[in-house]
Design a binder for this molecule. Structure first.
Ligand code: EPU
Length: 339
């Protein structure tokens, strides 16, 4: 295993930020990961697809890239197939594999950028489905003791775009393998309005798993910029969850506010709507901007640096707070270690 010095991370983050790391190495097995953890200089950053990070400075320690591959069926019953997937697999490749096998459960999560190992960290979700619904367990290695540990579904403490790996255990484990329990019979979730209208546009009445995936891909390609063309990390902020009283108070002034019921006492508000109302959609300063088709997506048109994007995100937060009294929280992990 080679450890490289002073490497650019531009190709390893979907924002396309040109920061350097002091040391860089890749691992293709659990054994290699353990070896590297023993040898490497801290601080440490474990990278998957780099699709949910904003690098704001050069990194003074070691970046380890998870390249553990492999998709393996390990158990089958009449209704389920359990699959073990290497953390370094590309998420969308795994979705396509599951569709080819006729398995259902993750088709709504088509085209989400990133790797399989990073997916449980933020409980990736889209179009009415989160991976917690099909997640069975994961294998991980503790960074300090270099010991293997299994986390089952409840132990991951999944929530909306969150898990224990973004909370109490942040920076403490490397996720090596993820196990999913997929359905042999289609278990369609087309409750999300945009999927239904896309399927009807496609002329599909009884959608297959493949049809739902195609519908999701169509919607995403229309609305969300492809990181290969414009640097971005998907939704930059979470949709804020606020008390229902607060929602009704804002709704009196802004009757078109977009919100979804979470519980008797809470509403989730479409952050994209708030940001658009605050006038940011399509904004651009230098190469940092807010995407013209989706106000929740910060973009790097080429040479923006992480500080500029972070500054822009702060301005958006302040203006949304001043207009609605609603706080926006970043969904993207902001990495800021000083050299
Ligand atoms: N909206 C606007 N203006 C905008 C964007 C959105 O008014 O510029 C309003 C629209 O009314 C729209 C509503 O917001 O109906 C919701 O928009 P959308 O369906 O695009 O979903 P979202 O809530 O903005 C979330 C996820 C996305 C996921 C979609 C679809 C979060 C933070 N984001 O976005 O996930 O693809 O739902 O399920 O929960 C990601 O995490 O990177 C991501 C892209």
């Amino acid at each position: 295993m080679n450890i490289y010095e002073n490497q650019s991370l531009k190709a390893h983050n979907t924002f396309g930020i040109d920061c350097q790391t002091r040391y860089f190495a890749k691992f293709q097995s659990e054994q290699d990961a353990i070896e590297l953890l023993k040898r490497c200089t801290s601080p440490l950053l474990i990278l998957g697809g780099g699709s949910n990070i904003l690098l704001t400075q050069d990194f003074p320690g070691t970046v380890l890239k998870n390249e553990i591959k492999g998709i393996e069926i390990i158990e089958e019953s009449d209704i389920h197939t359990t699959v073990k997937v290497g953390g370094g697999e590309v998420w969308h490749d795994f979705v396509l594999w599951s569709i080819e096998q006729g398995l259902s459960g993750i088709e709504n999560l088509s085209l989400i950028p990133g790797s399989v190992g990073a997916a449980p960290m933020q409980n990736i979700g889209a179009y009415g489905v989160e991976i917690s619904a099909v997640f069975q367990r994961l294998d991980a290695i503790s960074i300090v003791q270099q010991e293997k540990r299994v986390f089952n579904n409840p132990q991951c403490q999944f929530g909306y775009r969150s898990s224990i790996f973004k909370g109490d255990l942040k920076g403490k484990y490397v996720i090596t393998y993820v196990y999913f329990r997929l359905n042999k019979k289609p278990n369609n979730n087309t409750s999300y309005g945009a999927i239904l209208s896309e399927l009807s546009k496609m002329g599909v009445k009884n959608p297959s798993v493949q049809d739902i995936s195609t519908a999701v891909i169509n919607i995403r390609e229309r609305k969300l910029p492809n990181p290969r063309d414009i640097g971005n990390s998907g939704s930059f902020f979470k949709n804020p969850i606020i008390p229902i009283e607060k929602f009704f108070e804002v709704q009196k002034k802004y009757p078109h506010i977009v919100g979804y019921t979470v519980s008797d006492s809470q509403k989730k508000v479409a952050a994209g709507w708030l940001i658009e109302q605050a006038g940011w959609k399509g904004y651009r300063k230098g190469d940092a901007g807010i995407h013209e088709n989706h106000a929740l997506v910060l973009v790097n048109y080429g040479t923006a640096n992480g500080m500029e994007l972070m500054q822009l995100s702060k301005e958006v937060q302040t203006s949304v707070w001043n207009m609605f009294g609603i706080a926006l929280e970043a969904e993207v992990n902001i990495i800021s270690h000083q050299m």
